[in-house]
Each structure stands twice: as C-alpha cells, then as structure tokens.
Design a protein around this ligand. Structure first.
Ligand SMILES: C[S@@+](CC[C@H](N)C(=O)[O-])C[C@H]1O[C@@H](n2cnc3c(N)ncnc32)[C@H](O)[C@@H]1O
Length: 396
C-alpha cells in the first residue's frame, strides 16, 4: 500500500464531506438535507430495513441503486482496504479462563504475531491486567515489563497469576506508573514495545518513546480517537504540508466506534434508540427549543418504555405535556418521515468513520516513516469481534 497516496485520497474524500463528518445529523436539522445528500437520503428512505443494514455494514446492496449512491459508496469503501497481517503459526491461548471471546481473539492473534518474532524482552504499555504478556511469556519464557496507570487492572492480573499461572510470576513484572514519551529508559534500547488498544494519545506517546530511545521494535494497535485533541493528530510533516483536516468531537467519536459489523438485532435496537432520541429533539424543536441539548446516557431498558414515559424521564421540563400529545407526535407521518431522513443521513455519515480512523493512523505511519523507520500497516483482528484492528509495526 502506498501510504502517502492513500492518505491523500482519504483526505480528499473526507474534505469533500467535511461538514457531514463534523456534524451530528440532528445538529444540522432543519438544514440537514444539503447538497447531494438530499437525493441520497430520498433514495435510502425507500430501502427496507435489511437493505439499510447492508449499507451500514458495507455490503454491496442487492437492490439496484442510483449512480450517485453507487459512486458515493464505492469511492468511500474503496478507500478502506488495508492488507491483513500474515501470521505464520497460530499459538492457541494457553488459558481462556474468564477471558471474553473478543479478548481471546485479540490476544491469540497478536501474541501469535509477536511470538513469531522471538523477542527477548517485552515492554507492554497500557497492559491492563496483562493477559497478552502472559500468553507471550508462557510460550517464550521471556521477561515482560507491564506498565499501566491503573493499579486495579494490575491487581487483577497479579491475582490471576497467583491463582492459576504461578509459573509466570518470575517473568511478569508490573509497574504502576503513568507512561509518556519521557518515561525512563532504564529498560534499555533492545526493547520490543507493545501496546494493545492504547487509548487516545497513549499511542502517540509510545511512538515518540520508540523514536526518542530508538527501541528495537514497536507493535501498536490504537483505539479511542475521541480522546485526542487536535494537536495530537496531523503529526507528520506530510500531513502538515497538505492542508491538514481538523476533526471535531463528533468526527472523532464516530471514528472510535466505526467499522463494527451490526447484527439485525443490534441494528433494530439502534433504530429504536434513534427513533426516540430524534423524535424527542424534534418535539422540543417544534416547541421552541432550537438548541441541540444532549440527553445524557440512556439505558437499554428505556427503549421498552412508551415514548411519553421516555420523554418525561429525559426531559422532565415536558411533564405538563399530555401523554396523548407525545404519542400522537411520534406516530405522525410527518415525524416518522423526518426521523427516517435523519437516520438515513446518519447511515451515509457512518461510512466516513473508518476513513477518519485511517486518516489518523496513516498520519502516524507517515510520522514514523519520516523518522526513517521501517513501518507497516496491517489489519489483524476480525472486524466482527474487534473493529479497532489496525496494527502499526515499526523498526529500524
Ligand atoms: C483499553 S485498555 C487496554 C488494556 C490491555 N492492553 C488490553 O488490551 O486488554 C488501555 C489501558 O491503558 C492504560 N493507560 C491509559 N493511558 C495510560 C498512560 N498514560 N500510562 C499508563 N497507562 C495508561 C489504562 O489504564 C488501560 O489499562
């Protein structure tokens, strides 16, 4: 993959849609159907539920679609592919006790990739309880230093070793500290640095540490882009010299949640959530509140309530409105149409989330390349199990 070329292609595509990238559909209301999106949304409104789900999951729709929708989708999805990493040999997890299916998959894949490279010592940053290092050390009998700021996660890891895997105790060393690029170099340059799902800026700190101390190898899978501020993206000179994009909170949130393949059940739940959320905001809008006010975190069980019960729970200032009036509002054809429009616009927008993630990660790859590192970008996890699956590897 030509990193510079892909970065520029993604940048140009996102730039053409930047207003949508940086807005919640509801925030755009009542001017949400701007530009070409009006036609695209009108078309999606005629789709059946399973057809909308196909789009949401980046499956080529079975029905015939217009050339403008086809152009939008094929151009966008055409920028997704990243080669899958080659793993020579799979080392099955030595213990699956109390490990979720998602975590089992992540650890088995990543540890197999790392074991193959026979590191002498490991520096595992943001290690959490340390299951990844346990798997590596169990196979290679190598020293692993695990750094995490959370003493709770580390206590959990120590407990697991004490109860079930005492043979690993002499190789696994927990250090309870905050890590950044200036973290002590006491572990020496021959470190193989790993970071599985290092949130937000922690990935950048790992990268800078790898560069500052010329450590032998870096293996990193980033996540939680919503925790980044704008000085923590566009790190490379290449991005800086090519009119870099800026992403707001909505765009970063979307990228951190993108590329998850939804089941029909997940999708139906999502539609229910959007239906209530959007209808409540539309009701407030019609009654003079034109500000987009967040409802806060709702619970799964709220979507078993009637709309009037839901409204009174999350907008107590509407207590004086009769239940009948609220139920008639959500059941009116006009509200149904408007809600569907916002949902369809949201589905189009969701296609851009993976591109925001790729933009952020490709910039990090370019930044490492500019420091003369040998850098590669692959996917490593099955998106159904773990959508934050981009793997950066870097060495001298
Ligand atoms: C998403 S968890 C990943 C845990 C583990 N690597 C895994 O995949 O199961 C991120 C971890 O990074 C830790 N962390 C975040 N920022 C950190 C920092 N600056 N220094 C040390 N630990 C940090 C958190 O406490 C958390 O345990």
């Amino acid at each position: 993959m030509n990193i510079e070329k892909r970065f520029i292609q993604i940048k140009s595509f996102l730039e053409a849609h930047i207003k949508l990238v940086n807005s919640e559909p509801l925030e755009l209301y009542p001017d949400h159907l701007f530009g070409n999106y009006k036609l695209l949304v009108q078309e999606l409104k005629t789709f059946k539920k399973y057809e909308l789900l196909e789009i949401e999951n980046q499956q080529i729709p079975q029905r015939k679609i217009s050339s403008s929708l086809s152009k939008f989708l094929t151009e966008c999805w055409g920028l997704y592919p990243v080669p899958q990493v080659h793993i020579n040999k799979n080392y099955p997890l030595f213990s699956k006790r109390k490990v979720s299916i998602k975590k089992q998959h992540e650890i088995e894949r990543l540890a197999s990739f790392i074991i193959d490279q026979k590191p002498n010592t490991i520096l595992d940053i943001g290690s959490g309880a340390g299951l990844l290092s346990m798997q590596i050390s169990n196979q290679l009998n190598c020293q692993c230093t695990l750094i995490d700021q959370s003493s709770d996660f580390q206590a959990k890891g120590k407990q697991i070793i004490k109860r079930w895997h005492s043979h690993l105790g002499h190789n696994i060393k927990y250090i309870n500290k905050f890590f950044d690029k200036n973290y002590s170099n006491e572990h020496g340059p021959n470190q193989f640095i790993i970071g599985l799902h290092t949130c937000g800026n922690l990935s950048n700190e790992l990268i800078d540490y790898h560069l500052n101390f010329s450590t032998s190898k870096l293996v990193n899978i980033p996540c939680c882009y919503h925790k980044l501020n704008n000085s923590q993206i566009n790190l490379s000179k290449f991005a800086k010299n090519n009119n870099p994009l800026e992403f707001n909170k909505y765009a970063k949130d979307m990228s951190a949640k993108s590329y998850k393949e939804l089941s029909l059940r997940d999708f139906e739940h999502k539609l229910k959530v959007k239906n209530y959320r959007y209808a409540l905001h539309l009701f407030r809008y019609e009654n003079g509140d034109d500000q987009f006010t967040s409802l806060g975190k709702t619970q799964q069980k709220d979507y078993g309530l009637s709309f009037s019960e839901y409204t009174k729970k999350y907008s107590p200032d509407l207590n004086s409105i009769s239940n009948l009036q609220l139920e008639s509002f959500i059941n009116s054809n006009k509200t149904k149409e408007q809600v569907l429009e916002l949902i369809c616009l949201g589905i189009l927008r969701n296609q851009l989330g993976r591109l925001v993630e790729l933009y952020i990660v490709l910039d990090r790859v370019l930044y490492l390349q500019e420091a003369n590192k040998e850098v590669q970008l692959h996917t490593i996890f099955d998106r159904n199990l773990s959508p934050r699956n981009l793997l950066i590897t870097s060495h001298l």
